[in-house]
Design a protein around this ligand. Structure first.
Ligand code: FAD
Length: 368
């Protein structure tokens, strides 16, 4: 069976690439190992930029994809050794149900979808891809001219397309996140998400409180270390926002590819383009949906523009992504104006000793 493009992964990056290509008349097959609607560990915040891209390319977001309360206005950053800062979005964000939203995007992509289908490996030629997969207990091969690797932080595309780059840069930058959700109460406005800059730990801890539900996400490297961080976050939040937990916690573990914080991205090679977290695209705060959508769109445009020419699309893709990558890297380094999609004016304007300390600590976390 021969397709124009095989897309691995029906997350936002894969669905956007599939839609852009299908709309231009390419024969696209979207391969997803989960059965749709599949779960994805996520805080469920759709930033205004991600919302705009979805509305532009997929139409309005249906109510069954929204969670309560649907509007998110930005984040509040609580610094353990310093102050609290409001970091508003430039517009309204949405609280979404990831499984429902991703399934909606896949349905609207216009591509043929094989879900419950795990890609086991692939072979790449100059204008030829052969993908080995397993579906309903059977192994088979499919072929195409181009490949889009949109299989996220834990996928195999990054490793197979540029093995040495993956080993040197993606593996050391892979961070684990434990998301714990439980019943509880806190003095918190549910229209804002929470970020905590703790003295110990890796990256920024994230939390949300809505109704009787509390969620806390802690990042760590290796297999150990999250229990201590989680306890530190719980103690900090119980003092700062009167957090009280009850009920039994549910845990979910996920990985993030943070190599972009060091200015390194794996955009693929030859006829195989990588998008979203497979490429190392995540913003400073750990939001990745907007960048997955943006890169999925640019990858599709690069393939469409290269088709028919005797050039593989990766050079065009790299060239077209340059501006987006420079923007993301410079936002990480300079901490002013808007970072990712959060307005950091309040922390930048703080002239106190505490404010300076918080800025320094935040900058260090961004590039760690
Ligand atoms: C705890 C946590 C909270 C987060 N919260 C937010 C948030 O609130 N807002 C936000 O913008 N970002 C958030 N992110 C980041 C965001 O989830 C990712 O950056 C985003 O989903 C990346 O999109 P993607 O399309 O690149 O990949 P993904 O959404 O990860 O999709 C990859 C898909 O590929 C499939 N796949 C993988 N391997 C194979 C294979 N071998 N064969 C077939 N299919 C395969 C997977 O099943 C998956 O469906 C969060 C991340 C974490 C860890």
């Amino acid at each position: 069976m021969h397709y124009d493009v095989l897309v691995i992964g029906a997350g936002p990056g894969g669905c956007m690439a599939a839609r852009e290509l299908a709309e231009r008349g390419f024969r696209v097959l979207l391969l997803e190992k989960g059965v749709l609607p599949r779960d994805k560990v996520c805080a469920g915040i759709l930033t205004p930029g991600a919302k705009r891209l979805i509305e532009e390319r997929f139409g309005g977001i249906p109510p069954e994809c929204l969670d309560e309360p649907p509007v998110v206005r930005g984040a509040v950053l609580l610094c353990e050794r310093g102050g609290d800062y409001m970091l508003p979005f430039g517009g309204e964000g949405l609280r979404i149900r990831r499984a429902a939203l991703d399934a909606h995007l896949a349905r609207r992509s216009g591509a043929e979808i094989w879900d419950g289908c795990e890609v086991l490996g692939f072979e790449l030629g100059r204008f030829h891809v052969r993908v080995h997969l397993e579906m309903e207990g059977e192994e088979r091969w499919v072929e195409a001219t181009y490949l889009v690797g949109a299989d996220g932080a834990e996928g195999l595309s990054s490793r197979l397309v540029r093995p040495e780059f993956h080993r040197l840069y993606a593996v050391p930058a892979t961070e684990r996140t434990m998301l714990v959700t439980t019943e509880g109460t806190a003095s918190w406005d549910p229209e804002w998400m929470g970020l905590a800059l703790l003295r110990r730990g890796l990256g920024l801890a994230r939390f949300f409180c809505r109704g009787e539900e509390v969620g806390m996400a802690i990042s760590f490297r290796g297999d150990r270390g999250w229990q201590g961080e989680l306890e530190a976050l719980e103690n900090f939040l119980s003092q700062r926002i009167s957090l009280r937990l009850s009920g039994s916690p549910a845990r979910a573990l996920a990985s993030s590819n943070r190599m972009g914080s060091k200015g390194r991205f794996n955009l693929g090679a030859g006829c195989a383009l990588l998008v979203g977290e497979a490429a190392g695209l995540l913003d400073a705060w750990g939001f990745g949906i907007r960048l997955a959508l943006e890169s999925g769109r640019v990858a599709a445009e690069s393939i469409a523009e290269s088709a028919g020419e005797n050039v593989t699309p990766h050079l065009r893709y790299r060239y077209r992504m340059r501006e987006i990558l420079e923007r993301e890297v410079s936002m990480l380094r300079r901490l002013s104006g808007v970072v990712g999609e959060l307005d950091v004016s309040e922390i930048v304007a703080s002239r106190s000793v505490r404010g300076k300390r918080d800025r320094r600590a935040l900058r260090r976390r961004f590039v760690s």
